[in-house]
Design a protein around this ligand. Structure first.
Ligand SMILES: CC(C)(COP(=O)(O)OP(=O)(O)OC[C@H]1O[C@@H](n2cnc3c(N)ncnc32)[C@H](O)[C@@H]1OP(=O)(O)O)[C@@H](O)C(=O)NCCC(=O)NCCS
Length: 406
């Protein structure tokens, strides 16, 4: 049966109501994003921790309706992402959908714009998503990072140090595993503060193993097979122990190759692996991979202040004093820099300034080397900004764990 056609003017946009709209929304998403085992598995994922009983934000998300039918969805998942030591409140966008009978009529554009307008008045700092190519730029999103995957052949792993008893976990959503993960990743940009999904990530089925010392968990791996490869989707602990464990898991499954998905370049394991025989592959997505957008430049920069103070303090510019204007053409803020302290003031003319467009968010997030971000995006530096930028906004090699994808 064909649904009635309509125009963008007939679309009524609102926050979804969990009780009245929940089942219709789940139906739309299960039809739009088919999973391997079909509609009912999609439905179950939505109910078991993705949409219901989850960090899905029913107030910030938006649906577009025609009459009582839900025809569009722009979903917001609430999470905290690190930038160094700072924690940035992030509107993770997911399950962006228009009912198949109503596409290409500007409905999604209208819904996305309404969501982003409402977010401005919320407490979120930035918004992050994993997109489709050439679509999200129109809403101000820019590339957030480069995927990095590390692959090692099981026979190249020399470590024998299996750490005591390897235990299989019934659920990967455990407070002790989250706490260990958070401790290990406390300063790594792009990582999420766990738990992200309170019941565990229903989008990534993990086969989870842990090991302990003196009754306390000291490491874990979440794995899954992909062809001839053992995919490791999250991990924590001593790198030698991790490698010994995944080698054993690969061997028992007859898998020759091990891949650490979405590994952080600056992580402990990454540094250790770069001293072995292995491959690191960077996967660049100019559009349609991870993308980021400032929701409020002022809130974002405010949240970054302790990290920026730390970076300055540790640099040769630790005694620098003065004002620095940051202007992304939507908003502007002034950093009043004094030794060991940075104050945030409303944007005002300053002899030192950084000005540009949406790509300013990449600079603040540490997406790439700052010189590259500046050159490729026509960001203008004035006064002493050229000395401050490499100190304040270095390449942070951001990466989210595969298990925290939304
Ligand atoms: C992607 C999707 C949400 C777009 O919804 P829609 O209501 O058709 O989008 P709109 O009509 O508002 O389109 C807005 C603009 O984006 C363009 N656009 C629409 N779908 C696009 C797509 N798949 N890729 C790139 N551009 C697209 C439109 O051409 C339009 O631009 P124009 O005004 O310059 O012509 C819809 O096709 C969908 O549900 N797809 C399946 C699920 C999906 O892929 N979701 C995204 C997951 S990240």
């Amino acid at each position: 049966m064909t649904a009635p056609r309509g125009s963008a003017r007939e679309l009524q946009i609102s926050a979804p109501d969990p009780e009245n709209d929940g089942p219709k929304l789940i139906d739309l998403l299960s039809k739009t994003f088919p999973v391997r085992a079909g509609y009912w598995q999609g439905e179950r994922i939505c109910r078991d921790g993705y949409l219901l009983n989850s960090n899905y934000d029913w107030i910030a998300s938006r649906v577009g309706k025609m009459g009582s039918e839900i025809v569009t969805h722009f979903g917001v998942w609430r999470l905290q992402i690190r930038v160094g030591r700072a924690r940035i409140l992030t509107a993770g966008i997911g399950s962006v959908a228009t009912h198949g009978h109503h596409r290409k009529r500007g409905f999604l554009r209208q819904t996305a714009n309404a969501t982003l307008d409402a977010l401005r008045g919320s407490d979120y700092d930035v918004s992050l998503l994993f997109g489709i190519p050439n679509f999200y730029e129109q809403f101000g999103y820019r590339r957030a990072w480069t995927f990095l995957n590390a692959t090692i052949e099981a026979h190249e792993i020399l470590s024998e140090a299996i750490p005591g008893k390897l235990e299989r976990c019934r659920s990967a959503a455990r407070a002790d595993l989250a706490a260990l993960y958070n401790r290990e990743n406390a300063k790594l940009t792009g990582t999420a503060v766990r738990p992200v999904f309170p019941l565990g990530n229903p989008l990534v089925e993990p086969d989870a193993y842990l090991w302990k010392q003196h009754q306390r968990v000291t490491g874990f791996v979440f794995v899954g097979a992909n062809g001839n490869t053992l995919e490791v989707r999250s991990w924590a602990g001593d790198p030698e122990a991790i490698l010994a464990v995944v080698r054993r898991l690969a061997r028992t499954r007859g898998l020759a190759t091990i891949q650490f998905r979405w590994i952080h370049y600056q992580s402990k394991l990454s540094r250790f692996l770069r001293r072995q025989n292995c491959d690191f592959k960077s996967d660049y997505r100019s559009s349609g991979g991870p993308m980021i957008r400032a929701v409020s430049l002022q809130r974002f920069v405010r949240r970054l202040l302790p990290e920026l103070e730390h970076r300055l303090k540790e640099s040769p510019l630790s005694d620098w004093c003065g004002d620095l204007l940051v202007d992304d053409s939507q908003e502007a803020v002034t950093l009043r820099i004094k030794p060991e302290k940075i104050e945030l003031l409303p944007g005002a003319r300053s002899e030192n300034s950084i000005s540009g467009g949406e790509a300013i968010v990449q600079l603040l997030f540490g997406t790439d080397h700052p010189e590259e971000t500046i050159d490729l995006n026509d960001i203008r530096l004035r006064g002493q900004a050229k000395f401050l930028v490499p100190v304040l906004f270095p390449n942070e090699y951001p990466a989210l764990s595969f298990w925290d994808r939304f």
